[in-house]
Design a protein around this ligand. Sequence first.
Ligand SMILES: Nc1ncnc2c1ncn2[C@@H]1O[C@H](COP(=O)(O)OP(=O)(O)OP(=O)(O)O)[C@@H](O)[C@H]1O
Length: 350
Amino acid sequence: MSTAISFEHVSKTFAVDGREFEALRDVNLSVERGDVYGIVGYSGAGKSTLLRTVNALERPTSGRVVVDGRDVTALNGRDLSAVRQRIGMIFQQFNLLQSRNVYQNVAYPLKLAGLPKAEILDRVEELLEFVGLSDKALQYPRRLSGGQKQRVGIARALASRPDILISDEATSALDPQTTGEVLDLLRRVNREYGVTILLVTHEMDVVRSIANKVAVMQDGEVVEHGTVYDVFANPTHPTSRRFVSSVVAHEAPASALARIRTVHTGRLVRIHVGDRESNDPFLSRIARTHGVDFNVVYGGVSELQSRLFGTLTVELLGADVDVDAAIRDLAEVAEVAELSGPRELEAVDA
Ligand SMILES: Nc1ncnc2c1ncn2[C@@H]1O[C@H](COP(=O)(O)OP(=O)(O)OP(=O)(O)O)[C@@H](O)[C@H]1O
């Protein structure tokens, strides 16, 4: 696999009211060709600024952004235009030309590039068919729904046959149903046209449904990155954990644990369940071996990219020595942590 975009020690400082503000701090990331790479973070984390360095709408203060082997931070004029043609961009507010119809909006970049009329006609027809808007060619943007507007935005972004599509909160203004349809379309853009997608969002659901990799940003830094499966199954940074818990609620928050404790006074363990190939019924097997009982008091298992992951909070009941032995055996087959006191309860919410 080859690298489509690499961010190398990218920092960006803005001058705000005479003071320096660091919007990006030493960002290092590699987006491979064919990836759908999600960048998540709360408002102000630096996501859009990072995204905009890819087509040099924003220039880093230091560091390099290499796109298809070319350092875009060093490009200007015609060279930069040539690289920009290889990068499509879509926006939250669609950015369509209101005075032009759907056909003209999609044709616009091709006209600018000086393509012959007949070629433009063929290309726009193909694109409108791809995004399912062939019957809307003569409509003006104000007559379209949000989802339709974003389809036009996607068709326009694909007009010059880019290798890379960058998406800045493209679904944030859409309802969940329409979001799903636009994400389906982006998935097809990735699979059928082989376009690498870098998308910024504050919705972890978007990442879960479309991305294969994810980076979590906070205060201008990438605090965690990896495959979507790894980050969802085992988020390590508190911000990632918060994002993951917004869409998968496998781990009991402190409030739930406190309530559980009022009823379940035995020893509680948290068991991370990975994608298991064996059908070993390990919980009941280990419980039987050591003569302990168990209650599953919280948790869940989900599927992501055809793999399972989950977390179960389990109460173990029995003599301490037997529970100790059971926990040791559990640790052989899964990641296990005992939830002992108030300190542990706080840690879950961190
Ligand atoms: N041109 C600019 N001049 C000064 N400050 C800026 C500029 N552009 C961005 N910033 C600041 O940089 C920080 C990061 O902004 P950015 O838009 O990249 O964040 P974000 O993670 O995309 O947030 P959001 O989700 O709200 O768009 C913010 O504090 C923002 O105010």
